[in-house]
Design a protein. Sequence first.
Length: 264
Amino acid sequence: MTPEPAPHSQTVASRAKIVAEDVEVFYGEKRAINRVSLTINENEVTALIGPSGCGKSTFLRCLNRMNETIPDCRVTGSVLLDGEDIHTALDAVQLRARIGMVFQKPNPFPKSIYDNVAFGPRIHGLVEHPDDVDEVVYRSLKRAGLYEEVKDRLQEPGTGLSGGQQQRLCIARAIAVDPEVILMDEPCSALDPIATARIEELIEELRDEYSIVIVTHSMQQAARVSQRTAFFHLGDVIEVGCTEDIFTSPREKLTQGYITGRFG
Ligand SMILES: Nc1ncnc2c1ncn2[C@@H]1O[C@H](COP(=O)(O)OP(=O)(O)O)[C@@H](O)[C@H]1O
Ligand SMILES: [Mg+2]
C-alpha cells in the first residue's frame, strides 16, 4: 500500500522529501538493515551516524537504488520521493539524476575538469548547444566553490587536482544534472581539516537548494553540518531527531553511549 504524501502543514517548516518505510536490506542471507523507517526533509541536512558496520552506507544506497548494483543484495520496503515509489514509479537512471551521490574517496572520471562536469548533463540530454554546456559547467563549478581555482585549466585532468578540489569537482558533477537530493557517504574522510572545512561550508550553502543526507563517522561533523541526525546501531535506527537534541539530550541509552564515546 502506498500512503499519500503527508499534506503540507503551514505550521511545520520542513517538508518531507524522501520517506523510507520498513526498509530491509539483505546481503545474501545476512540482514544488514532491519525495517528502518526514516524521513528526509527538504532543505535540511540529515546526518546518519553510528558505529562502523551499523548499516549507514547500506541505508544511504537504498535511497537511490545503488544497492541494485551489488550482486546478492536485496532491498524490501518502500522509499517514496515526493510521494512516488522509487522502485516502481521511477527508473533507476532518472532516479539517480534526481538523487545524486558523492562518495568517500573522490572519484573524478579520467577526463578533463570540464568534461567531468559536462558528462551528466550530456548523457541525460539536458544540454545540446556548446554554449549551454559551458553555462552548466561554469555554474556548477561556481556552486561547488571550485570555479576560481580551476577556471584557467578546465581542460586539465580532474585527477590532477588536490583531494579537496577533487571532492568539490565530484560535488559539481553531482549538481550539474540539477538533482533534488544529494547523498554523501563520508565525503570528508579522505580530506585534511582545511579541505574538510570547505566541504562543510559548501554543504551549508547547498542546503537552501537541495536536501542532503550525509553519512559521517565524525559526531563533530554531524553536529556542525546537520539539522537532523539519525543514530544507527546494528542495522536499526535507534533514535532520530533534531541534531541538537540528539547530541545534548538523547533519549536512548545506546545513543548516549555512542555520543559520549563509550563505544563505536
Ligand atoms: N557488499 C557487501 N556484501 C556483503 N555484506 C556487506 C556489503 N556491504 C556491507 N555489508 C555488511 O553490511 C553491514 C552494514 O555495512 P555498511 O552499510 O557498510 O555499514 P557502515 O556504512 O555503517 O559502516 C556490515 O555488516 C557489512 O559487513
Ligand atoms: Mg559506510
